[in-house]
Design a protein around this ligand. Structure first.
Ligand code: G
Ligand code: G
Ligand code: NA
Ligand code: MN
Length: 251
């Protein structure tokens, strides 16, 4: 209850910041975009990571106003970077709860209008858990894609993964879960899984990105298995806006 009340206050007072983690073309080393990751800046407790409060926000429904603020802030910031000449795609995480929010598509459309960001520079990351209600989820994702926004499936390969459902998903990109990347440079099973995901994705006209890359040996193994995009501490940890500005200037 304590944290819940604190969280309600924090949402009213907007005590949050978005950090941005670079996403790379791993063969050219070129920056392609960034994932928006929220942090709670508590006046006394300092930075509180999302794992500590997103679950509470989801249970209480506070994820709806919070998620709307995050989306707005990430789009506004990306538009600012575009105006400075950086053509990057921002990826924003959506909770299952948000997918089933009645006015989600209208809210997203309004956010894009207000911030002036072209929909093609926005991607929404969802997890497989939303497909418990397959038809409803598919319908919402189709409407989002009709707006020109891209969808990626996060943490792919954990959870509900099955090849029978993936063929009908309205999804642009598969994000291979970090658990397959951790040992991909010395584990043949992980290599086989990466290769299989890449093959399926290609035949379904989807892109593939690997998350949690920490070593250059992992990059090599990913390239050998056909995965060309990546994200992880090897390239950069999530950065506050001012640090991301500096990162952009160094590119
Ligand atoms: O930023 P960090 O690497 O600590 O993120 C931990 C988890 O918190 C992520 O895996 C993600 O699922 C969740 N998360 C981070 N930012 C957001 C956000 O803006 N919205 C939602 N729904 N989840 C987020
Ligand atoms: O659930 P989601 O995949 O959105 O969460 C990403 C989480 O992984 C964030 O908490 C982010 O800080 C973290 N992360 C990003 N890159 C790396 C990495 O290379 N190694 C590890 N261990 N964590 C990472
Ligand atoms: Na994510
Ligand atoms: Mn992930």
């Amino acid at each position: 209850i304590l944290l819940e009340n604190e969280l309600r206050k924090a949402i009213e007072q907007k005590h949050f910041q978005i950090y941005y983690q670079p996403k790379m073309d791993i063969s050219t080393g070129k920056l392609t975009g960034m994932e928006a990751l929220v942090r709670w800046m508590h006046p006394e407790l300092g930075v509180i990571p999302p794992n500590r409060f997103i679950p509470i926000a989801e249970e209480t429904g506070m994820i709806l106003p919070l998620g709307e603020w995050i989306l707005h802030e990430a789009c506004r910031q990306n538009k600012e970077w575009h105006d400075q000449g950086f053509e990057l795609k921002v990826s924003v995480n959506l909770s299952a709860r948000q997918i089933y929010q009645k006015d989600l598509v209208a809210m997203i459309r309004q956010t894009l209008t207000e911030t002036g960001l072209d929909p093609k520079w926005l991607e929404l990351e969802i997890t497989e858990s939303i497909f418990v209600k397959m038809e409803e989820a598919t319908c919402v994702l189709q409407q989002i894609r009709e707006e020109g926004i891209q969808i990626s499936i996060d943490d792919f390969g954990t959870g509900y993964s099955s090849f029978s459902y993936i063929k009908s998903l309205p999804v642009d990109t598969i994000k291979i879960d970090a658990s397959f990347i951790r040992d991909v440079h010395h584990n043949q099973e992980s290599q086989a899984i990466v290769k299989a995901i890449v093959t399926i994705a290609e035949s379904l006209n989807m892109n593939v990105i690997a998350e949690g890359i920490e070593l250059s040996d992992q990059v090599e193994a990913l390239q050998q298995n056909g995965c060309g995009l990546g994200q992880g501490y090897l390239f950069s940890k999530p950065l506050a806006k001012s640090d991301f500005d500096e990162y952009l200037r160094m590119q």
